[in-house]
Design a protein around this ligand. Structure first.
Ligand code: F0G
Length: 449
């Protein structure tokens, strides 16, 4: 049940069928090229797309826009300390800005950086620093026990150290929840094991904490030790094992923009190196690329993100959408993760081979049938890998209601009917950018029989 009511509304409109077909064609069958005004239910991302509370909007009005020593910074510093347990922060314009600040200070040419699974921008920043990002998910994570399918395979990290030498591993990263692995959670037990490995290898343990509150919710539900703990307690406990956090406030900061690096008081060398980079790339250390008002809103958002009533609604919505789709025989990854429902498009559209992009075909059909925007995370987004053909339906925070979810489920029903009638074709690329890693953002495609 929603623990809030609407106070400000934004109108949305479902264009008619002919318009939707024309919009798709004009967008080159690429959902990133659609105008948001033409989208009815927008599940492209949960990043920066949520709704702020009245307390956050009130804080915006009080935002202190001073270049240095802003009061809003003090509020953020206090919130990060209370909610996440990190007493030193360097604000950044968003998560990838924080990644640039931290990884540039921590990682050097020729290093290796293991992570349960690197998110795209994390991978890119580590590669940009001259190091090799290494994914260490649990073997068969999505086919085995899914209690904590997002976990880091700590054994793989230790094997990597045996292969390349511990001195080549400056950092171990754990991403909570594991966005690239269907938003699945990581256990506190796993974070403790990662801590032990970091101690043994003399590495810095970094947590990518974008969705730390959602992760804490799953820990309370699934890790018996924490059954009676509050989300706020778990949120702090799970981060207490880390030496540093990188944060995109656009997720569990409940804001539309912003981020930060969190560090421990002891590590002065790392803090100094990161601080220099923060000033160079983001801005002075009390605003880091954000307006003071955005800093103020994030200070409030972080506290709201660990309220049980908020998370009951949030995780409940994702779960409900997953159940509604599963009831219609849509193959979804279950149990669902924290921020999105992931659909196996390869299984949903078995007639379309990988080279004809079944995930992207499903994305296009969801728009054609219901004005729903999702994102492909299969062979279009990750060329030359053998990942499953997933489509992600990410739910913006505090934004859509049960009727919107119902609309998404009905849209899947309409797509299934077209599939059964043999009306859905695959796609081929007409035009793509030079960097293959970025092609899903700007490639244009066309249907092919
Ligand atoms: N780390 C993770 C795990 C993320 O999911 C993201 C962003 C980032 C870092 C980068 O943060 O966008 O603020 O620069 N994920 C968004 C998504 C874009 O749609 O999953 P950012």
């Amino acid at each position: 049940m929603r623990a809030y009511k609407s106070k400000v509304v934004a109108p949305i409109r479902l264009p008619d069928r002919e318009e939707r077909a024309a919009n798709l064609e004009r967008a080159g069958y690429n959902a990133f090229e659609l105008d948001s005004a033409d989208v009815f239910v927008d599940l492209l991302t949960d990043s920066g797309t949520g709704t702020m509370s009245q307390d956050q909007w009130a804080a915006m009005m009080r935002g202190d826009e001073a270049y240095a020593g802003s009061e809003s910074f003090d509020e953020l510093e206090a919130a990060v300390s209370d909610v996440m347990g990190f007493d030193r922060i360097l604000p950044a314009h968003q998560g990838r800005g924080a990644e640039n600040v931290l990884y540039g200070a921590l990682v050097s040419e020729g290093d290796y950086v293991p992570n349960n699974t690197h998110f795209d921008t994390t991978r890119a920043h580590i590669a940009n620093a001259g190091a090799e990002p290494v994914d260490c998910p649990v073997e068969g994570a999505l086919s085995g026990d899914r209690t904590f399918a997002g976990n880091l395979d700590v054994g793989k990290v230790r094997d990597l150290a045996d292969d390349v030498g511990a001195d080549r591993i400056p950092a171990i990263v754990v991403t909570i929840t594991n966005n690239s692995l269907a938003g699945q959670p990581v256990s506190v037990e796993n974070l403790r094991a990662a801590r032990d490995a970091a101690d043994d290898l003399d590495a810095t343990l970094v947590v990518d904490a974008c969705r730390f509150a959602e992760n804490a919710y799953f820990v309370r539900e699934r890790e018996p030790e924490f059954a009676d703990a509050s989300i706020a307690e778990i949120a702090r406990e799970q981060l207490s094992y880390a030496d540093a956090v990188v944060m995109s406030g656009k997720k569990d900061g409940l804001v539309n923009v912003g981020g930060f690096v969190g560090l421990r008081p002891g590590d002065d060398d790392l803090f100094e190196r990161a601080r220099e980079r923060a000033i160079l790339y983001e801005g002075f250390t009390t605003y880091g690329g954000m307006a003071g008002r955005d800093v103020a809103a994030m200070a409030v958002g972080l506290r709201e993100a660990v309220e049980s009533s908020y998370l009951d609604d949030r995780i409940g919505q994702v779960r409900r959408l997953g159940d509604m789709l599963a009831d219609r025989d849509v193959p979804v990854v279950r149990p669902t993760g924290g921020h999105a429902v992931y659909v196996d498009a390869g299984a949903f559209l078995p007639e379309i081979p990988a080279e004809r992009f079944p995930g992207q075909a499903l994305v296009c059909e969801l728009y054609r049938e219901g004005g729903v925007r999702a994102v492909e995370l299969g062979s279009l987004a990750f060329p030359d890998t053998d990942r499953p053909e997933l489509v992600r339906l990410a739910l913006p925070r505090r934004t859509y209601g049960a009727d919107h979810l119902e609309h998404v489920a009905e849209t899947f029903g309409a797509v299934a009917e077209r599939r059964d009638a043999g009306e859905i074709s695959g796609l081929e690329i007409v035009d793509e950018p030079e960097m293959a890693e970025l092609r899903h953002f700007s490639a244009s495609l066309r249907p092919v029989a």
